[in-house]
Write a protein that binds this ligand. Structure first.
Ligand SMILES: NC(=O)c1ccc[n+]([C@@H]2O[C@H](COP(=O)([O-])OP(=O)(O)OC[C@H]3O[C@@H](n4cnc5c(N)ncnc54)[C@H](OP(=O)(O)O)[C@@H]3O)[C@@H](O)[C@H]2O)c1
Length: 340
């Protein structure tokens, strides 16, 4: 016996990837439904070798469904997640709406699987921001060994993190550069993204940081350890898929870079590719479609007593969103629903 699974936002970047990953990982599905907005009614999406026709989320009855994987943005989530949860269907949500709610667990299975039972308060589990998810997977084993005090991170985030429209804007602007009669002004992004980098993701806060930067701070504390200090600079780059991060770490105890490599090599969810030679590291293009969070360039930071620097790359649509959501569904199956 398997699960009755809803995928809401099935026409989007994350929704399509959730369907792919449910099929790839052979999640025990008895019945599955793909939902999107009314305008996508009947749109076909793939689930393994099957094709599903999208239904309208607005008129869908969640009664009798076990798990709903949501990737529809915060505004729509505010309307439909309580509806699904109230009907007894456990929601795993990709938006930021519930991430900071103390009554909703924020889960990265490699890091804080134990928090899953907190789902029961609202019947909702939150999935973290894409840049946080891959970072905490890399930080967790190092924190367990040497206690991380402070993290300084700069991100290089792909346009798919801004949804389908973000990818279209990079594609169309890039073509327009070679065909100057076309003019594609910035719309999804604040400035031209083709052949450029933009140090601005999400809205500005009074502190001068952006909301994306604040999310990395707040989510790392909630998932990994409230005592860890984090400062982030989040940058959008003209890459379609795959987020990269340059991470500097200060620990309580000294951790030699070779021991850090050994720890990371054994850690769940991580693939260490670190050859200290030309090409001996991972770039975003190589992580597309992969499950792993890749770590490269592990080295000592000798400007502080106990410092390490490393490079971390992952598919933002997978570990940063869809894979993590499906891993949460798997955890929910093992710990709570126990079917399949
Ligand atoms: N992309 C990432 O790396 C990433 C990572 C972590 C979290 N997230 C979060 O995941 C969510 C989805 O992101 P995405 O990148 O997949 O966006 P996207 O490609 O723009 O897709 C949005 C999806 O939501 C659906 N939708 C929007 N409003 C709706 C409504 N009122 N009713 C029903 N369906 C609605 C859309 O359906 P139609 O096609 O019918 O409009 C589409 O299926 C967002 O909350 C985002 O912040 C994204």
């Amino acid at each position: 016996m398997g699960y009755k699974v809803v995928v809401a936002g099935a026409t989007g970047n994350v929704g399509r990837e959730m369907l792919n990953i449910l099929a790839e990982r052979e999640f025990p599905v008895d019945e599955i439904v793909a939902l999107a907005s009314r305008k996508s009614l009947g749109t076909e999406v793939s689930f393994g070798d099957k094709t599903l026709k999208c239904k309208d989320l607005d008129t869908f009855d969640f009664t009798g469904w076990d798990i709903a994987l949501f990737a529809i943005g915060s505004d729509a989530t505010k309307i439909y997640a309580p509806k699904a949860a109230g009907a007894g269907c456990i929601v795993i949500d990709n938006s930021s709406l519930y991430r900071y709610d103390p009554d909703v667990p924020l889960i990265v299975p490699e890091v804080n699987a134990h928090a899953i039972m907190g789902y029961a308060k609202k019947n909702i589990i939150a999935n973290p921001n894409c840049s946080t998810a891959q970072m905490v997977v890399a930080l967790k084993p190092l924190h367990d060994r040497a206690t991380i005090k402070r993290v300084v991170v700069a991100t290089y985030q792909s346009v798919s993190g801004a949804g389908k429209e973000g990818m279209d804007e990079l594609w169309n602007q890039t073509k327009a550069i070679y065909n100057p009669t076309d003019n594609v002004p910035p719309s999804k992004f604040s400035k031209q993204i083709a052949f450029n980098v933009i140090p601005h993701i999400d809205v500005f806060l009074d502190s001068g940081e952006t909301k994306e930067e604040w999310k990395m701070v707040a989510e790392t504390k909630k998932i990994l350890d409230p005592k860890i200090k984090v400062t982030a600079t989040c940058v959008r780059v003209p890459v379609f898929v795959g987020h990269s991060e340059a991470i500097n770490i200060e620990t309580e105890e000294f951790l030699d870079w070779q021991e850090a490599q050994d720890i990371l090599r054994e850690a769940p969810g991580i693939m260490l590719v670190d050859k200290r030679e030309s090409g001996g590291y991972i770039t975003p293009i190589e992580c597309v479609g992969e499950f792993a969070t890749y770590v490269s360039r592990v080295r000592q930071d000798s400007t502080i007593e106990n410092g390490l620097s490393l490079w971390c790359v992952s598919d933002n649509l997978r570990k940063g969103a869809a894979l993590n959501a499906v891993q949460i569904a798997e955890l929910l199956g093992q710990k709570v629903l126990k079917k399949g």
